[in-house]
Design a protein around this ligand. Structure first.
Ligand code: TEU
Ligand code: CA
Length: 548
């Protein structure tokens, strides 16, 4: 039986602070900027804010490279601002969740700087190894960011491991002192009043061995660190010794998980994580790696979603975040059916079983960037990949296509607040270009329009908030075709039938029920779906569908 919990009933809104709202005109979003927009978020109906990292960082990876876990990056404000944000959010019954990035630190973290000295007590905080001889690194592993994952350090004559960017050395979880440090960081923030953590790449933190990996197209070596028994043990320890003492939750960002690994990680009995972000549905439009996109195929996508709905008791549902292209550009149609398809995707997000995660700007249907060259792109991963693609002699036009489809900066353009200069994001020069479509796509306009994407989003959030069936009802698939994804949520004698037409055709979908919500409006369901139509039907008595 599913236990009711506040974090199952609320909607989480992810803020990428750099791009959210700039309060002081330096071109960088900040914490006072978030405080200024709290009423807008409250109005939307969100109950939790997850902040991408706001800690001190040299920004090699925009904050995912942390140099001090207990202080705020001055670009974003001060600790006093952070405390004010927590208090102001709580006053509005909004909880704050922090990003916990502890697979690695920044190389500028004091632990790492000390650890470069072979005799320092901090040496074992990181993973140092001598080379293999002949200038070869300690093993054949490859990194997530298209570069080597060992970096040679002159000072100590050894290499350190970094699964991500060069300036992000991995911590050594074989060292009990590192484990204690993490517990202290958790306590520090929980005592400040935060209500949980989004745990960055949490299932790779424990490296069982450093032997050579089986050669693979990507991530050679990953069998030595994905969801290892040592990782499960650590998660249980954090939970038992720290998290269980607070009213909080954790969502793990878990890479390359199978349904079985997922069940192990969030089994309530084992007490590790409360829920996980899985990636499989985000990989259904790619070939081997995200940079080689294939056409969006609803069948693959919907089946993957259905598989995970069945696999886990409670999912963390998302279609966007700061690492992924915009969903309307990717799974919908950001041109002719922009409004309809953005609403359709939101309908799915809020009617699947699990906690919905909305990413900033998704509620107004923000689209992929309209950049024209690599100079516009800031992301370290994109630049690494572009460099590698150049080395591999991929044609320039193709390289740019790769960026347009998959660069993380697609999601990192500033939130479009209004039709004024720079979309009202900043009074200065934005750190990254604003999408030129802001006069048409912006918050102010959509807050005023009754049938805007944001208004529809708000309606969905309100509907879900108090509805037992949408919150806790069972999920079952009714149909998956090339165009249609239909499913049912059911609890007791009540059910909803969710019909989603992911195509530009009008299609028959003969289901019965009282029309509760549709992105085309209306108050009765006709038995067919218009292009990108989403319909939510209510069924008092559950009858089998007239035709599946
Ligand atoms: O992402 C982990 C992760 O798997 C991504 O790096 C993913 O591989 C990539 O974005 C898609 O190509 C987390 C954070 O969400 C990301 O922003 C960080 O860069 C990364 O960890 C390192 O901390
Ligand atoms: Ca600022």
């Amino acid at each position: 039986m599913t236990q009711p919990k506040w974090w199952k009933e609320r909607v989480v809104y992810q803020i990428y602070p750099r791009s959210f709202y700039d309060s002081n005109g330096d071109g960088i979003g900040d914490i006072p900027g978030i405080i200024q927009k709290l009423d807008v978020l409250k109005d939307l109906g969100v109950g939790v804010l997850w902040l991408s990292p706001v800690y001190c960082s040299p920004n090699e990876d925009n904050g995912y490279d942390i140099s001090d876990y207990r202080n705020i990056n001055p670009e974003f404000g001060t600790m006093a601002d952070m405390e004010r944000l927590i208090a102001e959010a709580n006053r509005r019954d909004i909880r704050i969740v922090m990003d916990l990035v502890v697979n690695h630190t920044s190389k500028e973290h004091e632990w790492f700087q000390k650890s470069r000295d072979k005799n320092s007590p901090y040496r074992d905080y990181y993973i140092w190894r001598p080379g293999k001889g002949g200038g070869k690194p300690p093993n054949n592993w490859t990194s997530f960011f298209a570069e080597d994952c060992w970096e040679y350090d002159e000072q100590s004559g050894e290499y350190y491991l970094h699964l991500f960017a060069r300036g992000m050395p991995d911590l050594n979880y074989h060292n009990p002192r590192v484990v204690e440090e993490v517990k202290d960081i958790l306590r520090f923030w929980l005592n400040k009043g935060v209500s949980g953590f989004r745990c960055d790449v949490i299932n790779v933190i424990y490296k069982t061995s450093l032997s050579d990996g089986k050669k693979k197209f990507i991530l050679t070596g990953s069998e030595h660190y994905i969801s290892q028994p040592g990782c499960h043990k650590l998660l249980q320890e954090f939970r038992r010794e720290v998290l269980d003492g607070y009213d909080c939750f954790t969502v793990g960002e878990t890479v390359f998980v199978t349904p079985q690994m997922g069940r192990d990680l969030c089994d309530p009995e084992r007490k590790e994580l409360d829920m996980i972000f899985t990636f499989e549905h985000m990989e259904t439009d790619q070939f081997l790696v995200k940079w080689f996109k294939t056409r969006f195929q609803l069948q693959k996508f919907a089946k993957t979603i259905a598989t995970w709905q069945a696999a886990l008791d409670w999912n963390a549902n998302y279609l966007e975040n700061h690492d992924q292209p915009r969903s309307v550009s990717r799974f919908g149609d950001d041109k002719t059916y922009w409004k309809e398809s953005a609403k359709l995707l939101l309908t799915m997000l809020f009617t699947l079983r699990g906690t919905p995660y909305l990413y900033q700007g998704q509620e107004i249907g923000m689209t992929n960037f309209d950049f024209s060259s690599m100079d516009d792109i800031k992301d370290v991963e994109s630049h690494n990949v572009y460099r590698l693609a150049t080395k591999l002699h991929l044609p320039r036009g193709y390289r740019w296509k790769m960026m347009q489809r998959a660069s993380r900066d697609n999601a990192r353009t500033p939130v479009q607040w209004d039709g004024s200069k720079n979309a009202g994001f900043t009074a200065g020069a934005p750190w990254i270009k604003v999408n030129g479509n802001y006069p048409r796509i912006n918050m102010a306009r959509q807050m005023a329009e009754e049938d805007s994407i944001r208004s529809y989003c708000k309606q969905l959030i309100a509907l879900r908030a108090s509805d037992e069936v949408l919150l806790y009802g069972e999920f079952s698939v009714l149909a998956v075709t090339k165009e249609l994804f239909a499913y049912r949520r059911k609890s007791g004698g009540k059910a909803y039938t969710v019909l989603l037409n992911f195509s530009e055709k009008t299609i028959p979908a003969e289901y019965r029920g009282k029309l509760v919500l549709s992105n085309y409006g209306g108050n009765a369901y006709s038995g067919s779906l218009k292009p990108y139509e989403a319909a939510l039907l209510y069924n008092e008595v559950i009858a089998p569908p007239t035709k599946a």
